[in-house]
Ligand binder design. Sequence first.
Ligand code: ASP
Length: 423
Amino acid sequence: MDSLLKTPKKPIYWIPKFLPMKKLALYWQILIAFGLAILFGIFLKSWVPYVSWMGDLFLKALKMIIIPLIFTSMVSGITQIGDAKNLGRLGIKTFAYFIGTTLLALFTGLVLVNMIKPGVGAELGFQQTPVGIASQNQTFGSILMEMVPENIVKAMVEGQMLPIIFFSLLLGFFITKTQKSHRSTLTGFFNALFEAVMKLTLFIIRFTPFGIFGIIAKTVSEQPDLVELATRLGLYMTVVILGLFIHAAIWLPLLIKFIGKANPFKHFRAMSEPLITAFSTSSSSATLPLTMYAVENKSGVSNTISSFTLPLGATINMNGTALYELIAALFIAQAYGIDLTFGQQMIVVLTGLLAAVGSAGIPMAGLVMMSIVLTSVGLPIEGIGLILAVDRFLDMFRTTVNVWGDTCGAVIIAKSEGEQLLV
Ligand code: ASP
């Protein structure tokens, strides 16, 4: 009893302090958790249910914070942009970056798949029936129509990102048009709320090593025999990963260096936490809280720019997914022995762009959108069965590139607006 009185216990609600979290940088903790989880998933498969709850809980906490974060951050960010001219300029730059880099990714994929021809003569001795993949009829027009929410609360309940972004943007903009006293009350209110939500986000981020441990242990234990799959789909997987690598490690850093005039290596280091999280969760949306935190606090981008570009980017800017859609579609065509003309390949590029815009930032969303790309040039939807087995694995890589592309955009746009960054 005496000793209990002498050593007062730390309050348990502030859990991060009881572990040596301060001593080791978070990204090291995450990397160690990642490595341990792989071993755990391989050697202690039957124990995985005892740890996978940590991953589920972490994902739930991230999802819990996404909508409050987008809403408060966007409203408070837009109120700082102020006038319509600045907003318009930022919007044009952001969309130009999204479309430009997505096309770059698509053409990288196009060149690789035509050069290496992974599907020609591929001995795909197996065929799975795709489950739950309905033909999608999402056109560009319908995506635009869905941007305007009929009911903002419903959009929030259903987690529809674009309508929430659209509403936040308008609300933020019109706050700046209210009379002075109201404007300062509302701006103060949203700034304060955003600060609180950011603090909560940081609190959740501290648990990332545990979350990643749970997620990766489960993912590893559920993987089909990758060695066996690699022998059959090896070349296809190699082309996808090579394309993603070229885009992420060559094109985007060059853009950061020469257009953004920033240091791509420093920025990459600053992004380690969101990138490992994107890889582990295969979800740009779930990673968004970490992405926003890192882009603002480690790369030094202002909240005004990051709150505008990152939520939009997590929803519509998917360089990795676009590249993947294109390679997968042309791989399927090659495997079926179908020769696509140049014109048809261009249609695949265009629909790949739309499919990437239309994909939600959740695991395997890109696979679902594949049906649009395939039907656009009359390829059999059953072809998805060929690539189904490795989709979840490749999703980890493409999601990482999706998130990396968003963060590079935030840096380039911030620099072009004359911001002083930390990278
Ligand atoms: N999982 C990806 C993402 O969240 C989307 C996809 O399936 O390609 O960015």
